[in-house]
Design a protein around this ligand. Structure first.
Ligand SMILES: NC(=O)C1=CN([C@@H]2O[C@H](COP(=O)(O)OP(=O)(O)OC[C@H]3O[C@@H](n4cnc5c(N)ncnc54)[C@H](OP(=O)(O)O)[C@@H]3O)[C@@H](O)[C@H]2O)[C@@H](O)CC1
Ligand SMILES: [K+]
Length: 507
């Protein structure tokens, strides 16, 4: 699903009005009705007193239309119009006229207004939508502050009032802190970013029938991967297939005291459809791996320095025509000799065109040089799976906010020609073509040791099966999150561990 900028959403709006054709006021009617369908399912009539706060633009117009539609359903309603300006939109004006035939509207026009909130209340925030042009001040600011202090649920129409849809707010800005945001058809970039989580709450998209041909034609930079879109990527297992059909993966992982990372990664790989897996690690890991994961083969390093992962065995004979994909990183440790091993493997994979997924300590090793020279060794189209700290190490710099983070992420993916899965809520997958795809699955219970190792194994399995790097990244990240969501259902977010994610992988 495309994420569009405000000007593009406005164009989609205008195109729909012209080509459907439909009057602007009727499109607003459709949007408001879509909001009401969501609202009546989630806030049952009789259980709540609804207080609707409307601005003077089209977002306010939505609020008035929503009030008119909720009234006949039996909702206990109070409607407030906040008069912060002399400018009102035509659709607002018309909806005010329509509503006032049904119920009275209360005007808030100075900062000394008083609204008392009760436990049964729910607020609908229709003060400002995508037309926000500057930070809130004066009357609007003080209304929003009062709503945020009310301690009752706030449901924002389209976008929380005061939040910019596709650029950063100032830290000191006053913004509605919504419990839910019900947005019209197209998700906003602001919803994807951790810095806005406290304002957006849980967000939902409702369809309002904007022209699909127009949306199809827009060249988007940002995408939100919906479950339906991602599940289409799954390739069915054919009846006459054998284990060779599903590839042989090589996982380079583990070191003394870190064999857990290798086990988690290897098990997740085997649970994600790969035909065969070989784990390359230290001699002392052999017994552990063979006992805990008898399905995997083991190729031990011959370094003799059993505490460290150091491989000197990367050559054409050991790798070519043997492995369809290589994963490297979990639990390797950081050390100049390990770094040299990793570089050697990267160079060989580049030469043999073997796809790679590179994670954790492999990334930390490649970030060791002051001028990040090692990054040039990473084969094009490799998948890198850093968490934010590891990504900062790769860049050798930090960012001032999430928007700058996205810019740096795009630049890195384009300049290096790699795919970067920047882990977190809504993991951002940056492709070498300059686009970013946000993931839709996952939960805070996955923010624990071992989760990342599981992801590496899953992506490795997909690469070995012949999924393209783009497909492997998008599908792997999504299935990882989905397994995490199932684990959270079964065990609870606090209590689940990375092994529970593996036990819930199913696709
Ligand atoms: N697009 C779609 O598909 C559909 C969209 N729909 C709805 O339309 C909404 C967008 O409506 P909108 O463009 O009228 O903008 P909205 O936010 O209501 O207000 C703008 C007004 O506020 C003013 N203003 C701005 N910032 C301010 C500030 N800080 N302090 C004070 N004033 C400020 C601004 O003034 P100006 O910037 O010109 O000075 C202008 O007068 C959208 O979110 C959705 O709910 C649906 O109904 C149908 C389908
Ligand atoms: K709003």
């Amino acid at each position: 699903m495309k994420i569009l900028f405000v000007n593009e959403i406005r164009e989609a709006d205008a195109y729909t009005i012209l080509h459907e054709p439909i009057d602007s006021i009727d499109l607003m009617e459709r949007a408001s009705s879509a909001f009401v369908s969501w609202f009546k399912e989630n806030y049952l009539v009789g259980n709540y007193k609804v207080k609707i706060f409307c601005g003077l633009g089209d977002n306010g117009g939505d609020g008035l239309a929503i009030a008119r539609m909720l009234h006949p359903l039996g909702y206990d309603l109070e409607v407030f119009v906040v008069k912060f300006s002399k400018k009102i939109s035509e659709n607002f004006d018309q909806n005010l006229y329509r509503l006032e035939k049904q119920i009275p509207v209360k005007i808030i026009d100075n900062e000394s207004f008083i609204v008392n909130f009760e436990k049964k209340d729910v607020i609908i925030d229709a003060l400002l939508g995508s037309g926000l042009s500057r930070s809130l001040e004066g009357l609007l600011k003080s209304v929003v502050e009062k709503l945020n202090e009310s301690e009752v649920p706030i449901i924002s129409v389209d976008i929380p009032s005061g939040l910019f849809a596709n650029k950063s707010n100032n830290l000191s800005d006053t913004i509605i802190k919504a419990t839910h945001t019900v947005s019209f058809q197209i998700p906003k970039l602001a919803f994807m970013l951790p810095q806005n989580a406290e304002f957006v709450g849980d967000w939902h998209i409702v369809d309002i029938g904007l022209n699909e041909d127009f949306i199809e034609k827009v060249t988007a930079k940002f995408f939100y991967s919906t479950p339906l879109e991602v599940e289409k990527l799954i390739k069915p297992r054919k009846k006459f297939s054998h284990k060779g059909t599903f590839g042989h993966a090589l996982l380079v992982s583990g070191s003394y005291g870190m064999m857990g990372a290798a086990i988690l990664s290897a098990r997740a790989c085997m649970r994600s459809g790969v035909g065969k897996l070989t784990v390359h690690s230290i001699p002392s890991g052999l017994a552990i791996m063979q006992m805990l994961l008898p399905e995997a083969m083991y190729w031990e390093t011959a370094s003799g320095e059993s505490d460290l992962f150091i491989s000197t065995q990367y050559n054409i004979e050991n790798i070519a025509n043997k492995f369809q994909a290589v994963g490297i990183g979990p639990g390797l440790g950081v050390n100049i000799k390990i770094k040299e091993s990793i570089e050697q493997l990267c160079e060989l994979c580049a030469e043999l065109s073997i796809p790679m997924v590179i994670d954790a300590d492999a990334l930390n090793n490649l970030s060791m040089d002051e001028n990040r020279e090692s990054l040039s060794k990473i084969p094009k189209n490799s998948i890198l799976t850093p968490h934010p700290k590891e990504f900062q190490n790769l860049l050798n710099k930090s960012w001032k906010d999430d928007y700058e983070k996205l810019e740096l992420l795009t630049q890195f993916a384009v300049n290096q020609g790699v795919i970067v899965c920047l882990k977190g809520a809504n993991t951002a997958i940056a492709l070498p073509d300059g686009t970013i795809h946000f993931n839709s699955s996952g939960n805070a219970g996955m923010a624990k040791a071992g989760s990342g190792d599981v992801l590496t194994g899953m992506i490795l399995a997909l690469l070995a099966q012949g999924y393209s790097p783009k497909e492997a990244a998008i599908l792997g990240v999504y299935q990882h999150g989905l397994a995490g969501d199932k684990a959270a259902q079964n065990r609870g977010m606090n209590n689940m561990i990375a092994s529970d994610i593996i036990e819930n992988i199913r696709f």
